[in-house]
Design a protein around this ligand. Structure first.
Ligand code: AHM
Ligand code: MG
Length: 335
């Protein structure tokens, strides 16, 4: 019943009451919600705003930045600095961590990818914002990189906003995953996808198959077996998808199951993979696990990886539990 739906704000207040919280988490989520709505508006404007296209600069990882990458980064930084809950922030688009000036009592750290999948902006395909919240470590007196180098298991919340055919915000605070759809007419996120759960089995996989020549044997074997369909060892047909926006892939998996892979391969091995541990892999792994799925590097749980540097990359295999377990098993057989 549409009129019995609750807003994200009400959902957070309910959780706050349930857990006996002080309201500080609800406050910091309010800033994230507002930032995501602002980015959604910019993305939605498309060519009308004149903000499509390249910015003519590169980020710290040597990747070309889009105008909307930079704008989204500024929006997310600015809106989230206002509440005073964060001591510092780190972003895929910024070389160094940023202390939040004036937030002397800030207890949290915010890590984010302001506009993931940005190669899709100019072609009107879904993109999104990914965020992860950590506690400022006990006794940390300065906001230096070391404070951010925490394992994924330490996250207190993670989520993403997807700017797709509708805008949604998907959130976990460590007790399940809930999805909220933005009602543009009233400017509110409404709870539309309570308790999102990933089916244990799937017949859908996602990988950038143009990199097949670089794959390691366990990944090649897994994909070959899926492609062999009902006549192959899996005894069933598989479907394949690749959006090139991790938010869209993860969202599809949360809605109907599947497995997503951006593995280490012969070409990206030296970098450790493609996706970033702190801004992409960890928040998504937290969400996927909370929805009953699994997230692995192929050689261990993503959330247990001890980060050694801010922009660290990591192989990512996530989604329906039985497929991720199978892939991890194949890696173990070949190692
Ligand atoms: P980005 O943060 O620069 O947008 O890169 C991350 C994106 C993911 O969303 C997506 O899964 C992957 O890169 C796509 O890579 P490829 O272009 O190799 O298909
Ligand atoms: Mg990204």
């Amino acid at each position: 019943m549409p009129y019995q739906r609750i807003t994200l704000t009400h959902f957070l207040l309910q959780e706050q009451r349930r857990l006996g919280g002080t309201g500080s988490f609800t406050g910091l989520m309010t800033d994230i919600i507002f930032a995501c709505k602002m980015i959604s508006r910019e993305v939605n404007q498309g060519a009308l705003s004149g903000n499509l296209g390249k910015a003519g600069s590169e980020n710290v990882q040597g990747e070309e930045q889009k105008t909307l990458d930079i704008l989204s980064n500024e929006i997310f930084m600015h809106m989230n600095a206002l509440g005073g809950a964060y001591a510092g922030m780190a972003s895929e688009e910024m070389e160094d961590v940023r202390p939040v000036h004036g937030a002397v009592d800030g207890k949290y750290l915010l890590l984010f990818d302001p506009l993931d999948g940005s190669s899709n902006i100019d072609v009107n395909i879904s993109v999104g914002t990914i965020f992860s919240i950590l506690r400022l470590p006990e006794g940390a007196s300065t906001i230096a990189e070391a404070a951010f180098l925490q394992k994924g298991v330490k996250q207190i919340a993670a989520g993403y906003a997807i700017y797709g055919s509708s805008t949604m915000l998907v959130l976990t605070t460590g007790s399940g995953v809930n999805g909220f759809t933005l009602d543009q007419s009233i400017g509110m996120f409404m709870l539309t996808h309570p308790n999102m759960t990933i089916p244990t089995d799937t017949q859908e996989f996602a990988i950038n198959a143009s990199r097949a020549r670089h794959w390691e044997p366990p990944v090649r074997r897994y994909v070959d077996e899926c492609m062999a369909g009902a006549e192959g060892p899996r005894g069933k047909d598989f479907n394949m998808r690749w959006v090139a926006s991790m938010v869209a892939e993860v969202h599809r998996i949360l809605c109907r199951g599947g497995v997503f892979m951006y593995p280490a391969d012969a070409e990206n091995q030296a970098k450790g993979g493609k996706l970033r541990l702190l801004y992409e892999a960890n928040p998504m792994a937290f969400i996927i696990e909370q929805a009953g799925g699994a997230a692995s590097t192929g050689r261990g749980r993503i959330l247990d990886v001890a980060p050694t540097k801010l922009h660290q990359r990591v192989p990512v295999i996530l989604g329906s539990r039985n497929e991720v377990t199978r892939l991890a098993g194949y890696h173990a057989e070949y190692d």
